[in-house]
Design a protein around this ligand. Structure first.
Ligand code: CO
Length: 396
C-alpha cells in the first residue's frame, strides 16, 4: 500500500481547525488527522504541505518509520509548528491502520484499560455566585470535576482594555496580578463551602504568575483540596518549579504547550508535577504521546490532556484513544465544539454523564466532509493579548 496524497483542510465551522486526509492507492481508503494550533493554523497547514512530499509513495503502515523520518528530516527539529504537523499525519496513519484491521485505534494501542474517560469542564461567571451557578449546572449534567474561574484568562486581574491596533487583530487586556492573587483563593473558599467535598475542583492560572506568586497561590489553595492547579508558572521557568512544588501539597498540572518527550522528561524525573497536559495533536501524534505517558508512569505522573475548544473532534478522539489504554490516566478536559464542527467532522466520541467514550468504529471512527469544510473558509484569528498597567507585554 502507498500514500498517494496528503490533503490539508483548513476550515472555520465556528472556529479554525487544521485537518488532513492521508489518501492511499487503495480505493476509498484514507485516514483523517488533525494539527490545529490556535492562532497559527495557516503556518501548520504550510508545514504539513511541505513535509508531506517526503512520504508520498511510502507505506502508510510504517507509522514509526514515518514519524522518525518526519521528525529528523528537518535538522531544525521539533517546536509547536512541526510537532502539530507531524501529529496530523501520525493520527491519520493510525486511522488508516485501524480501518485496514477493522478495529478501533484503542485496540491497536493495547485495548481498554478503563471503560470510559472521566472529564472536567469549565464553570465561569463574573463573580463567585455566578461561577457556583455555572458549576451546579455542570454537576447536573453528570460531571464530577469542574474547573472554576471568574471570567477567563485571569479576568480577576483585568483592569482595562485597549482597542485593536489595526482591523482584524485583537484588543489588549490590561492585567495586574494582585487582584487575581487575592481573589482566586476566595473563589475556592466559596465553592468548597457551597458545593461540599464530593465534587473535584480545578483551577487554571494560565501561566500568569511569577515564581513566588505561583508558590503562594499553590499554598493558599491547599485548604480547598484542588484536583490540580494548572499552569501556575510558565514551563520555561524550569529552575523555579521546585519552589512552587515545595510550597504546598496542591497537585500541579502543566504541559499543554509542551511538544516533546525532551520537554516532559525533566518534569517527571524531578517530580515537579502530578499531571501532564500534553496530548496527541500538539505532541507529535498518538505514537509520541503514548510513549511520553509511558515515560511518566514510573514517576507517578498521570495524564490530564488539554481539551480546550481549539482542539477539534479528531484531536479529541486521538486523546480519548490514548487515555483509554494507558494505566496512568488522570482526567480529560472537555469543551463542547461549535455545532457546525459536528457536521464537518461527523462521528465525535460520545459524552455521557461527564465521561467520553472511545469510538467502536474502525480507526478513529470520524470522517471529514471536505465539501462542507470548504463552505467555511479560514477566518483570521489570534490569541488574546495582555499587557501590564505600565505597558509591559505579559504572558497569559
Ligand atoms: Co489551560
Amino acid at each position: 500500500m502507498k500514500i498517494t496524497e496528503v490533503k490539508v483542510v483548513v476550515t472555520c465551522p465556528g472556529r479554525n481547525f487544521v485537518f488532513v486526509k492521508v489518501m492511499t492507492d487503495e480505493p476509498g481508503l484514507y485516514g483523517v488527522g488533525e494539527g490545529t494550533l490556535n492562532g497559527s493554523e495557516l503556518i501548520v497547514a504550510e508545514a504539513i504541505r511541505h513535509i508531506s512530499h517526503l512520504i508520498i509513495g511510502h507505506d502508510p503502515h510504517r507509522i514509526e518509520d514515518i514519524w522518525q523520518l518526519l521528525y529528523r528530516q528537518g535538522y531544525w527539529r521539533g517546536g509547536a509548528i512541526f510537532m502539530a504537523a507531524i501529529a496530523a499525519i501520525d493520527i491519520a496513519l493510525w486511522d488508516i491502520k485501524g480501518k485496514v484491521a477493522n478495529l478501533p485505534v484503542y485496540q491497536l494501542l493495547g485495548g481498554k484499560a478503563r471503560d470510559k474517560v472521566m472529564c472536567y469542564t469549565h464553570a465561569s461567571g463574573r463573580d463567585e455566585v455566578e461561577c457556583e451557578d455555572s458549576a451546579r449546572q455542570i454537576v447536573e449534567r453528570g460531571f464530577r470535576a469542574v474547573r472554576c474561574q471568574v471570567g477567563n484568562y485571569g479576568a480577576q486581574g483585568i483592569v482595562g482594555i485597549l482597542p485593536p491596533l489595526s482591523p482584524g487583530t485583537p484588543s489588549t487586556a490590561i492585567y495586574e496580578p494582585t487582584p487575581y492573587l487575592v481573589n482566586a483563593p476566595k473563589l475556592f473558599a466559596h465553592m468548597r463551602a457551597q458545593l461540599g467535598n464530593e465534587i473535584e475542583l480545578l483551577h487554571d492560572a494560565h501561566e500568569q504568575l511569577d515564581p513566588i506568586a505561583a508558590a503562594r497561590m499553590a499554598k493558599e489553595m491547599e485548604p480547598y483540596r484542588l484536583f490540580f492547579l494548572e499552569d501556575p508558572l510558565m514551563p520555561e521557568h524550569r529552575e523555579s518549579w521546585s519552589l512552587v512544588r515545595q510550597a504546598s501539597v496542591t497537585p500541579l498540572a502543566i504541559g499543554e504547550i509542551l511538544t516533546s518527550r525532551w520537554d516532559c522528561l525533566p518534569l517527571f524525573m524531578n517530580k515537579w508535577i502530578d499531571y501532564i497536559r500534553i496530548k496527541p495533536i500538539h505532541g507529535g501524534g498518538i505514537s509520541e504521546v503514548k510513549k511520553i505517558l509511558t515515560l511518566a508512569e514510573p514517576f507517578n505522573v498521570r495524564s490530564a490532556m488539554h481539551g480546550a475548544a481549539d482542539i477539534g473532534i479528531i484531536g479529541q478522539a486521538a486523546s480519548v484513544a490514548v487515555q483509554s489504554v494507558i494505566p496512568n490516566f488522570g482526567i480529560q478536559e472537555y469543551t463542547r465544539h461549535p455545532e457546525l464542527a459536528y457536521e464537518v467532522t461527523p462521528g465525535a466520541c460520545e459524552l455521557r454523564e461527564g465521561h467520553l467514550y472511545p469510538n467502536e468504529r474502525p480507526g478513529l471512527g470520524i470522517d471529514l466532509d471536505e465539501a462542507l469544510a470548504a463552505k467555511y473558509p479560514y477566518q483570521r484569528a489570534f490569541m488574546p493579548l495582555l499587557r501590564r498597567a505600565d505597558g509591559t507585554v505579559h504572558v497569559y
